[in-house]
Design a protein around this ligand. Structure first.
Ligand SMILES: Nc1ncnc2c1ncn2[C@@H]1O[C@H](COP(=O)(O)OP(=O)(O)OP(=O)(O)O)[C@@H](O)[C@H]1O
Ligand SMILES: [Mg+2]
Length: 384
């Protein structure tokens, strides 16, 4: 699993200036490996250079400098005739499916095999096998326009797999699909990876896609690799600003400032947002059980008012915004509980509407407060 199948070495792709358009460093000196047998994600905003990066892998673009090595061979040194068999080992699927409308489903899947000169009988057998694999045997004679988007993409996948490639590139392959169909297509890519041992490179600007399927991800920004790592680490502890923003929009698990304001009008107690991940908890305990178990020890009341817990690579991850209240006689327990929690998980402390807020009078008290109540935090700082 740890043998590189695709290696970028200081790979640079510059599109020269043309007319008024300035020069673009679409891929700006990247060095990293994609390993054989993994599902690798490349994410980043529009224009980050993702498509150019994949086009370097199948040599649709040549690097301006540096090298791209696929299966041990430096593509830069190959002539066009040597590149052809190399490309046959790399399947590609596209956002717009790129199917031939004049051909049947079977005819589309057979196309690359015809180009490669496979005899008719062998071709037929292979096409039947592939359609069976992607669950479209009954659509062999249909035309692409008679299919749903998800079915069309499965034809695209069958076609990409026709010549048994070792690498499958998927550039925004699910961007035109609804969420449920997207999930089906991603499951199929996972199955292809697991059962056929194909290395899959998923390119997307939607971070939410990679968390279900990718073993590792690279985050691209302005042609560079801003961050690279296993999917769980990149999600749970993003270091680059661009990754932090992508993670936030992907999960929507943290309330925005305006949401927080709205939540406050109903929840005058101490509000905190706790990161939920399994880095701290023992394997046998779920992280949320760990959080609430700890709060119980301090005899405080805790209510979840916002949040999401989801899975990344089958491990729990998300965040919970919690309102903590206590009996009037036990208010200092709230501070102690928050401090103890901060020792085992990332905590953002949003403070409380007022310092001393007994649970049972919370609502009444709030209704008597001025429009913009002072927010209490133990350090006396303005909460974020
Ligand atoms: N053939 C080309 N000629 C000139 N500039 C190009 C060419 N192809 C891409 N670029 C530029 O290179 C940069 C990266 O483009 P690229 O298509 O790789 O981005 P991307 O990350 O795939 O974006 P998107 O998410 O929108 O698909 C952009 O600024 C783009 O305008
Ligand atoms: Mg692109």
């Amino acid at each position: 699993m740890s043998v590189p199948i695709i290696s970028f070495r200081a790979a640079l792709k510059v599109f020269p200036a043309a007319g008024k358009r300035p020069e673009v460093r679409a891929v700006d000196g990247v060095t990293f490996d994609i390993l054989a047998g993994e599902i690798f994600g490349v994410i980043g905003h529009s224009g980050a250079g993702k498509s150019t990066l994949v086009r370097l892998i199948n040599a649709l673009e040549k690097p301006t400098a540096g090298s791209v090595i696929v299966d041990g061979i430096d593509l830069g040194g190959l002539s066009e005739s040597k590149l052809r068999p190399m490309r046959a080992g790399i399947g590609m699927i596209f956002q717009q499916f790129n199917l031939l409308q004049s051909r049947t489903v079977a005819g589309n899947v057979a196309y690359p095999l015809e180009v490669a000169g496979w005899p008719r009988a062998r071709r037929r057998k292979r096409v039947a096998e592939l359609l069976e694999y992607v669950g479209l045997s009954d659509k062999a004679k249909a035309r692409p326009r008679q299919l749903s988007g998800g079915q069309r993409q499965r034809v695209g996948i069958a076609r990409a797999l026709a010549a048994s490639p070792r690498i499958l590139l998927a550039d925004e392959a699910t961007s035109a699909l609804d969420p449920e169909t997207t999930r089906d297509v991603l499951e199929l890519l996972k199955r292809i990876n697991r059962e056929l041992g194909v290395t899959v490179v998923v390119i997307t600007h939607a971070m939410s896609l990679v968390r279900h399927v990718c073993d590792r991800v690279a985050v691209m920004a302005e042609g560079k690799i801003a961050e690279i790592g296993d999917t769980y680490s990149v999600f749970t502890s993003p270091s680059a600003e661009v990754t932090k923003r992508l993670v936030e929009t992907a999960l929507s698990d943290r309330p925005s400032a305006s949401m927080l304001e709205r939540l406050r009008t109903q929840h005058p107690g101490r509000l905190i947002t706790v990161g939920v991940h399994d880095n701290a908890a023992p394997a046998s305990v779920s992280p949320s059980a760990e959080i609430f178990g700890l709060l119980r020890q301090y005899n405080v009341d805790a209510t979840v008012i916002y949040g999401t817990i989801t899975e990344i690579g089958e491990r729990p991850f998300g965040s919970l915004t919690i309102e903590i209240t206590s009996d009037p006689g036990n208010l200092s327990a709230i501070d102690r509980a928050v401090n103890a929690l901060a020792a085992i998980a990332p905590v953002a402390d949003h403070g409380a509407v007022i310092a001393a807020l007994p649970t049972f009078t919370g609502r009444q008290l709030l209704s008597g407060l001025p429009a913009a109540p002072a927010i209490y935090t133990p350090s006396g700082e303005e909460p974020q």
